[in-house]
Design a protein around this ligand. Structure first.
Ligand SMILES: NC(=O)c1ccc[n+]([C@@H]2O[C@H](COP(=O)([O-])OP(=O)(O)OC[C@H]3O[C@@H](n4cnc5c(N)ncnc54)[C@H](OP(=O)(O)O)[C@@H]3O)[C@@H](O)[C@H]2O)c1
Length: 223
């Protein structure tokens, strides 16, 4: 992990699902210790065993409840559908004090998932901030990365915009972006997450319109 951030314990809440499983795979491959969180610990243990198998047994991945994963981790990543966002955050809020919560949630409103429909707080990440209060730093990242990329090893043609409640929390999250093999950009305060979350609906629409499944974004013109 020479160019990687120091080894951390990362909880992935909802890591039994598509996006969380892919991120957990990449961070485990980079040498981090992973706690997959679930409402059903046995399901998380199954996902951990699958990922450990994919990595040839050379990985530190364990499955447990969302609450235990959040309590034991240095940094906590949330990858659940928007319908489960508030309930999941409320169930772990006391385990998050003093930590960073990286919110990957996109507030899609089925069936019109290709239409931007933000919640009253402005975005899912701002809602997380309201639910968790001042004692938790919230960042927002990875919303534009399709899970279809993550379990593979090829270069991903999509950048990650990171917003968050402090520069330090954004910098820490950008370290995780690099460790996942992706290019990340500090995209400013958490209020800017509305654009990144909304972009996912646009990418879903572009995939539908042009027959793809991996549309992404890239920042150009720097350096
Ligand atoms: N899929 C993508 O390509 C992608 C890309 C970018 C961002 N995202 C965002 O990432 C988040 C996760 O997406 P996903 O595709 O990984 O979702 P998913 O596979 O449908 O679900 C992820 C996990 O969330 C938990 N969950 C599902 N329904 C729940 C409910 N009603 N209450 C509580 N927990 C529930 C489940 O974990 P347990 O049953 O183990 O508790 C499930 O395995 C979403 O907000 C999505 O918009 C997804």
């Amino acid at each position: 992990m020479s160019d990687s951030s120091p080894r951390k314990i990362i909880a992935v809440l909802g890591g039994t699902g598509k996006e969380g499983r892919g991120l957990a795979y990449r961070w485990a491959k980079a040498g981090h210790q992973i706690l997959i969180g679930s409402r059903t610990p046995e399901k998380a243990q199954g996902a951990a065993a699958d990922l450990t198998g994919l990595l040839g047994g050379k990985a530190a991945i364990r499955g447990t409840s969302n609450s235990e994963a959040a309590r034991r981790a240095d940094i906590v990543v949330l990858t659940v559908p928007y319908a489960a966002h508030r309930a999941t955050l409320e169930s772990v809020s006391s385990d998050l004090a003093g930590k960073i919560l990286v919110d990957v949630t996109v507030p899609l409103v089925p069936p019109k998932v290709a239409k931007v429909q933000m919640p009253p707080a402005g975005s899912a990440a701002q809602e997380a901030r309201e639910i968790l209060g001042e004692g938790v730093q919230v960042t927002s990242a990875f919303q534009n990365i399709s899970h279809e990329h993550l379990l593979g090893n090829e270069a991903i043609e999509c950048d990650v915009l990171v917003t968050g409640t402090s520069k330090e929390a954004r910098a820490e999250t950008l370290g995780l972006v690099r460790d996942a093999g992706l290019v990340g950009w500090d995209a400013g305060p958490i209020e800017n997450s509305v654009v990144v979350e909304g972009m996912t609906s646009i990418l879903i629409g572009i995939n539908r319109e042009y027959g793809g499944s991996r549309a992404g974004i890239r920042i150009t013109g720097i350096g």
